[in-house]
Structure formats: C-alpha cells, structure tokens
Write a protein that binds this ligand. Structure first.
Ligand code: AMP
Ligand code: MN
Ligand code: MN
Ligand code: MN
Length: 278
C-alpha cells in the first residue's frame, strides 16, 4: 500500500494536497509521496494531514528535464524541501511555463482556436504552474476535443500541430539538486517515453553515473509485463525500484488508483528501504 507518485492542484491534479492524502488513506495507503510537477508548495499541507491520519508521508516532486531534446520526468523523494539550491532550480524550471503557454496558444490560434492563453490560465490554481493538462481541459470545455487523450493526439502531444519544443533543466542539474538536498532521484514512468533499447540504456547509464538511484517499475496503469521488464532493467543497472499511481484526478486516463500499487517482483530492491533506514 505504497504510492510514491501523485499530483494535487498545486500542479495539474484536481484535489487539494490534503484531499489527496485523505483519499489515499481511504484507499488503504500506508506510505505516500506527493510529487507535484516542479513545485513543493503542497508538501506542508499534505504532511500535516498525513500526520493527523497516521500515514507515513515522504516529500516528493516531479521535475521536468530535457534530455536529448526530449522531456523526461525525474521524481525526487525524501529531500529537504527547504534546500535553497533545489528551490532555485524548481523556480527556474517553472519560469518557462507561461512563455510556453503563449507559444502553444499562438499555434492553436493558427488552427482557428482562440482564447487558449486566458482559458488555460483560468483553470490553473497557480499561473506559474500552468500545464498542458490545463490547455487540454480548456480544449475539452470549449468543445474542440472530446477528452484529454484526444487533446494530446490532436494538438498538444509531441510532434502535433500545437506542440512546442521546450528546454526545462538538464538531467545533471536535476539529479545534483535532488541529491544535494539529501533526496533520492528516480526516473519516472520509463515505460511511457517510447525510447528505443539503446536510448534507455544511455539514459539509465547517464542517470546512474550522475548519482540517480532508482526507476519506477510500475506507473499508473502500466501492466505486469512492463513491471517485470523494468524490474529486470533496474536489477541490471544496479538501481532501486519505485512505484506510483501518477494519480491526477478521478476518472483519468492513466487508470492508477491513488495510494495503491502492485507488489514488487521479488528481484527488486525497493527505494523505500532507504527512507526507513534514514
Ligand atoms: P506539461 O508538464 O505541461 O508538459 O504537461 C504534461 C502533463 O500532461 C503530464 O504530466 C500529464 O499529466 C499530461 N499528459 C502528457 N501526455 C499525455 C497524454 N498523452 N494523455 C493525457 N495526458 C497527458
Ligand atoms: Mn501531470
Ligand atoms: Mn510525468
Ligand atoms: Mn506525474
């Protein structure tokens, strides 16, 4: 009953940090990390709620990284959220979001869709955290697409008409900041990038050399087969294993149940062993 990857409305989730913790607890969760995109603003509220419920809470964040011109997400766990270098890096990463929204809105305008800038901003609780999820919501509300998946396949996904290349931070800076704050760096949902075997090998080797320690072997609705394959990869690269629902909202595409993850294959060394030792 462990979930080390989920979102609140501090980034692109639906529930407040306290609501996320309450729902996870209801679902039977015993250890939870809140991992909002590029922001730790929900941790204090989530921790207070978890403490009152007797649920073990782990500080978390999901950092947007550009690696070989592709976006890769790195989860940081169990770090000191007051660490200045980490907070500076996150602030730097967040800065790009409004500019990117402007560029995406411009491309949507060319496709005959206006108002995306204001529309997406109105849906984000925090303007500097405006994400493609909010743009997708705007497109749904305006009747341009039926659902979030279609928003990405029709407009927002990589290589689609409204996609915009974006430089987040580097893998090296990200891993360095997480480790420097006493945390553990984890490659998020490696099964979702569509990388070739070679690209995966390069990413895992580079990540490990930089001090990265774990990969998610299960994420959201990924299946048993994936889980076993990534468990083997973790073993081969000497990396620890993490799991997370990547929960954003009720009834969402990814299908992960908040607070609950499947049991790890026996060959895995769980990432939470290092929290318990701490
Ligand atoms: P951003 O960080 O603004 O680029 O937004 C990325 C977010 O969009 C991810 O964290 C997911 O929540 C969501 N997302 C990305 N790709 C898809 C997809 N194909 N279908 C649905 N949601 C997606
Ligand atoms: Mn998201
Ligand atoms: Mn992600
Ligand atoms: Mn996520």
């Amino acid at each position: 009953m462990i979930d080390l990857h989920c979102h609140s409305n501090v980034s692109d989730g639906m529930l407040s940090p306290a609501e996320v913790v309450r729902l996870a607890h209801q679902n039977g969760c015993t250890m939870l990390a809140l991992t909002d995109h590029d922001h730790t603003g929900g941790l204090a509220e989530a921790r207070a709620e978890a403490d009152s419920l007797g649920l073990r809470f782990i500080n978390g964040v999901e950092v947007s990284v550009t690696w070989r011109k592709r976006t890769v997400h790195i989860v940081g766990l169990n770090f000191d959220e007051k660490n200045e270098k980490l907070q500076n890096l996150l602030a730097e990463v967040r800065k790009g979001r409004l500019k990117r929204l402007e560029a995406i809105a411009g491309k949507l305008e060319k496709k005959g869709i206006s108002g995306a800038y204001e529309g997406a901003l109105a849906l984000a609780a925090n303007p500097e955290m405006v994400s493609r999820t909010h743009i997708a919501e705007f497109l749904i509300n305006e009747g341009h697409v039926r659902n979030k998946q279609q928003a990405f396949t029709k407009y927002l996904g990589d290589g689609k008409p409204a996609s915009v290349g974006h430089e987040w931070t580097t893998l090296a800076e990200c891993v360095d900041a997480i480790c420097g704050a006493g945390g553990v760096a984890v490659i998020a949902h490696p099964m979702r990038y569509g990388f070739s075997a070679t690209a995966k090998r390069n990413l895992f080797e580079e990540f490990k050399a930089l001090g990265g320690q774990a990969i998610e072997v299960h994420s959201g609705s990924s299946d048993k087969n994936d889980c076993f394959n990534y468990a083997l990869l973790a073993q081969n690269y000497g990396l620890l294993s993490s799991v997370g629902s990547d929960f954003h909202r009720l009834g969402d595409y990814s299908g992960g149940v908040l607070g609950v993850s499947p049991e790890l294959p026996e060959i895995c060394r769980p990432v939470w062993a290092c929290f318990q030792a701490a």
